[in-house]
Design a protein around this ligand. Structure first.
Ligand code: NOJ
Length: 693
């Protein structure tokens, strides 16, 4: 009886001002309900196949003087439908279908401020954003966002804490919907997570919470409170509102926030295949994209991380004319399209005054730029700012003009500093000011036909659809940690988590392809401060075949083969996979996988019928069976095609720590009716190419 009264009381309290409005996905399986309660304000809930997946969860924003959640009048609701297909400049797919239903909810606050909420429902998830149309109020200071996700099912989320420097952390699984902590400070410092989070629901289904089209707004972070995932916007540093609040965003109307998006799928392959994030971004704004070319590159890079070379000029200087020429000639011989050089420019002695247009004396830019065009091998420029975004931004035009004049059309940028200096002073790189800086870099680079590989970036949100010159980004605990990390390097599991977490947000410059695992330059010192007792030095926790598998599992249209030429020549037969593997795809699919255990991806080369397969496992050896039906089904062929397959496999006795170099390469004829049975060693993997006859 008591429960009944409680139920009635709750219903009365949540009386609707207007009946709720629903939006269904095109296939009718997913429904988003906009709720408008007199007492509670605006909220939403989500149903999938009739089951309540997200129960009534708050919507709204807080400005300097208003809480935009209650006190709204519903003015109008408009439904629209869209079904289109668009072609990517580069990507995991050539063609992407954008099929969704949309609902625009027009609201007016009792103060007269107008705020709309646009919802989109896709078959595999939903999204919404807040829109301030053109109106008398010209500007707003946003101090908080109330968006929450109250999942009904028990769920665990793979995530990294929000203050993880440069997002370079190991992802862990945490329970997200039964935390009752009410201590605000502990929430912000320990429980707040970076967006995205990848969710494993207790019933075996999957979710992914992130944002799309982050533009002139702070990046979203997420924290758990009272059973819901809630939004914590990255704050401005060193700024306060007139009434002593922490500002998050300064916006001018008309304005739209980034999309808040959730993918919900039954299976992991469906989660990975979702293209909601790209569909929510604006179409390409660059008219002529013919100069944007996916490519593999090598670089004067790993040597600095394993300490056989230096960035700064001196006896071990890496970026010398001679060394670069050696790399470029090697690249030419092996079909690698470009070479990166770090440490070619002045400023590495103190990391304080980088000069992006003055080479060190032992770097002859004119000669190398002529050689590049003679060989048809591009130079990838490098602009490490040391976190001084303000100085870099001031000179962007002249820096990019200089690079373009020397035929350099790809630049790796870097912002090594936990807090960067923007035109607004010291700021989080993922705060509004940092987001503005990165956008300015992409837009300016586009003017000079320069592609950007952004290290220490803000988490990707699909902007590459609008600016395909933003080809790849770091924002990951990448390979370099295997060179020098005091904890010994990335655990084997790491590479089996990333495709389902960080890489779901966008291409990653992880830099796969280490072929030489000894690392004396970073060896443990006698006091034992580096590495672990049985490791001697940090190292790559992988077999050589695992390193090949990454070229398929980790998507990046600018894909680095990171090791030294001489190390590749220790295993030329294995290196031939790197020579052949493309980095632009017609279509891609997850063949099998389990987050944190293993993954197997298959991808069809763009413009051909050739396929590439790659897999990696954690420290558990694993036997997998892979039906090759994807070879033809995906092409819409009914014929069973014939393929020459080259398989790069861990040897029986391979093991990442003791026998990482043990592998076999087999060439066989296969058809799509065959099934491959492959064994991956501990920390192992495999790669395969299928050349269509
Ligand atoms: C960190 C980057 O991730 C790495 O790739 C680069 O070599 C160094 N910064 C120096 O810029």
């Amino acid at each position: 009886m008591k429960r009944f009264f409680y139920f009635v009381a709750v219903c009365l309290f949540m009386t609707a001002c207007k009946p709720s409005s629903e939006l269904s996905s095109p296939d009718g399986t997913l429904t988003v309900r906009f709720e408008h309660y007199c007492s509670q304000g605006i909220a939403y809930s989500v149903y999938q196949n009739g089951e309540n997946i997200i129960e009534s969860s708050p919507l709204g924003l807080v400005t300097e003087n208003l809480t935009l959640q209650k006190g709204f009048h519903l003015k109008h609701i408009k439904h629209t439908h869209s079904n289109s297909q668009w072609e990517t400049v580069w990507g995991e797919e050539r063609l992407i279908t954008d099929h969704h239903n949309a609902m625009l909810v027009e609201l007016e606050h009792e103060t007269g401020l107008r705020m709309n909420i646009e919802f989109r429902a896709f078959n595999d998830g939903f999204a919404f954003r807040y829109i301030f149309p053109k109106q008398a109020t010209k500007s707003l200071i946003i101090t908080d966002e109330l968006t929450a996700y109250r999942f009904t099912k028990d769920a665990e989320a793979w995530s990294i804490p929000w203050r993880t420097e440069y997002y370079e952390g190991l992802w862990h699984k945490r329970t997200i919907n039964n935390s009752q902590s009410s201590n605000a400070e502990s929430q912000l410092t320990t429980d707040t997570l970076c967006s995205p989070v990848t969710i494993e629901f207790a019933d075996g289904t999957y979710g992914f919470v992130h944002e799309a089209a982050l533009t002139d707004y702070p990046a979203q972070n997420l924290y758990v409170r009272e059973g819901a995932l809630r939004t914590y916007l990255t704050p401005w540093m060193n700024k306060q509102t007139a009434n002593n609040q922490e500002p998050k965003a300064f916006v001018k109307t008309p304005f739209s926030t980034p999309w808040r998006m959730v993918i919900l799928t039954k299976t992991l392959p469906e989660l990975v295949a979702s293209r909601i994030m790209l569909n929510l971004n604006e179409p390409c704004k660059i008219e002529d994209t013919s100069w944007i070319k996916p490519m593999k590159f090598m670089g004067i890079w790993w040597g600095m991380h394993v300490k056989t070379m230096t960035w700064e000029q001196g006896p071990k200087h890496g970026a010398t004319t001679e060394n670069m020429e050696r790399y470029m000639r090697f690249a030419k011989e092996h079909g690698i399209q470009a070479v990166l050089a770090e440490g070619w420019n002045k400023g590495w002695e103190d990391w304080k005054h980088f000069d992006f247009t003055t080479p060190y004396d032992d770097w002859n830019m004119d000669y190398l730029s002529r050689l590049a065009s003679e060989l048809g091998v591009q130079i990838v420029g490098h602009n490490e700012t040391g976190g001084n975004a303000a100085d870099y931004e001031k000179d962007l035009d002249s820096i990019y003009r200089y690079h373009a004049l020397h035929g350099i059309h790809a630049i790796k940028t870097g912002y090594v500093a936990p807090i960067i200096r923007t035109v607004d002073g010291l700021q989080w790189n993922k705060g509004q000011s940092g987001v503005r800086h990165y956008r300015k870099v992409i837009e300016t680079a586009a003017k000079y036909q320069i592609m950007i590989d952004n290290h220490e970036p803000v988490m990707p949100t699909g902007l590459q659809r609008t600016y395909p010159n933003l080809v790849t980004q770091e924002g990951v605990r990448g390979q370099e940690w295997n060179a020098w990390s005091a904890d010994g390097g990335n655990p084997c599991e790491h590479v089996t988590v990333l495709p389902f977490t960080r890489i779901m947000a966008g291409p990653v410059d992880f830099t796969p392809g280490v072929f030489h695992f000894e690392n004396p330059g970073n060896a443990i010192d006698p006091t034992g401060t580096r590495g672990t007792a049985d490791l001697n030095a940090p190292r790559v926790h992988a077999t050589l075949m695992n390193q090949l598998g990454l070229f398929v599992c980790f998507y990046s249209p600018l894909q680095m083969a990171c090791d030294l030429p001489e190390h590749y020549m220790e295993h030329p037969d294995a290196f031939s996979f790197i020579e052949h593997v493309p980095c632009n795809w017609e279509r891609s699919l997850l063949v099998d996988g389990k987050i944190g255990d293993f993954c197997i991806f298959a991808r069809q080369e763009r413009g051909t019928n050739n396929w590439y397969l790659g897999g990696v496992t954690d420290e558990e050896p694993r036997e997998v069976s892979i039906p090759l039906s994807f070879l033809d089904e995906q092409n819409g062929n009914t014929q069973t095609g014939q393929y020459k397959a080259v398989l790069y496999l861990d040897a029986e006795d391979a093991e990442w720590m003791s026998r990482p170099y043990a592998y076999n390469i087999k060439e066989i004829e296969l058809t799509s009716a065959d099934t491959l049975h492959i064994r991956m060693a501990s920390g192992g993997g495999f790669a395969a190419e299928f050349i269509c006859r």
